[in-house]
Design a protein. Sequence first.
Length: 72
Amino acid sequence: MKKKFKLEDLDCANCAAKMEAAIKEIPGVVSASVNFLAQKMTIEAPDEMFDDIVKKAAECISKVEPDCKVVW
């Protein structure tokens, strides 16, 4: 499954790069990208693991930038 999510309050391109790198380290992630200009995150992962991976990705994002939120 591949899905895009809107990110709110993503303030920094460097933070977006850190988030993307952290998300790619989550077991099961096939691909991930965080686009600072579009304020979007794209994740591709197996269907049966997808919801859990998105929750872990949201945790990674909040560790890098606490004010940034994932819009489901």
